[in-house]
Design a protein around this ligand. Structure first.
Ligand SMILES: CC(C)(COP(=O)(O)OP(=O)(O)OC[C@H]1O[C@@H](n2cnc3c(N)ncnc32)[C@H](O)[C@@H]1OP(=O)(O)O)[C@@H](O)C(=O)NCCC(=O)NCCS
Length: 183
């Protein structure tokens, strides 16, 4: 099970079979596929694979943790957030998507703050460096990253392999206090 995290308005816990219909519905939004390389078209089998295999594989292999973002009021799943270990030692990357009906309310910032505290905290994996990478043009994502303290690396012709295509990207870096330079 993914460790449960709580914020003022959200509960972050393990995506499960009861979420399949919601994930399927939310992941029809082209805006998600514009910025996140999920399978497209996104079909029921993709949502089933996500909750039945993908999430567990991350936990068992110890390579990533995936949370369902839920509103505390009704526990409805509104999005997903992931923390993935990088090749670099004590470093991990955040990734997320939020369903269209829940955007514009800073839910991702709130969820990401909780994941950062867990990821860098003594009771979690205690990463000393977190990364947030996005495609150039994803201003909402970049704005959240910077508001959380990620420092965007100077543009250095960085690219991200997106659906087999090399696309310009930016990288935000957050270093644990006392651990040196951001970039
Ligand atoms: C990116 C995403 C997670 C943001 O969702 P959200 O939490 O609702 O974000 P908000 O709409 O509250 O916007 C976050 C911030 O970006 C700003 N923003 C939004 N669109 C913007 C734009 N086009 N240009 C500049 N700033 C923008 C908002 O003003 C807000 O800033 P504030 O907190 O200072 O007010 C969501 O839109 C999403 O899931 N998109 C598709 C998938 C995706 O892009 N995932 C991230 C991949 S790196």
């Amino acid at each position: 099970m993914t460790v449960t995290l709580r914020t003022g308005r959200l509960i972050l816990d393990t995506p499960d079979r009861l979420d399949i219909d919601t994930i399927l519905e939310l992941c029809q939004d082209p805006e998600i596929h514009r910025w996140v390389p999920l399978p497209w078209p996104y079909e029921r089998s993709n949502a089933e694979f996500f909750v039945e295999s993908y999430v567990q594989h991350g936990l068992v292999s110890g390579t990533y943790e995936t949370w369902a973002m839920r509103t505390s009021v009704d526990r409805a799943m509104i999005g997903a957030i992931e923390l993935r270990r990088d090749e670099a030692e004590r470093s991990a990357s955040l990734g997320c998507w939020l369903g269209k009906p829940s955007r514009g309310r800073s839910y991702v910032k709130e969820a990401a703050q909780a994941v950062i505290e867990y990821g860098m905290g003594p009771d979690g994996p205690a990463y000393t460096r977190l990364c947030w990478e996005g495609l150039v043009g994803n201003e909402a994502s970049r704005s959240i990253a910077t508001s959380l303290g990620f420092v965007i690396e100077p543009d250095s012709g960085r690219t991200f392999d997106f659906r087999g295509e090399s696309r310009p990207s930016w990288l935000g870096v957050l270093v644990a206090p006392g651990r040196g330079r951001q970039t």
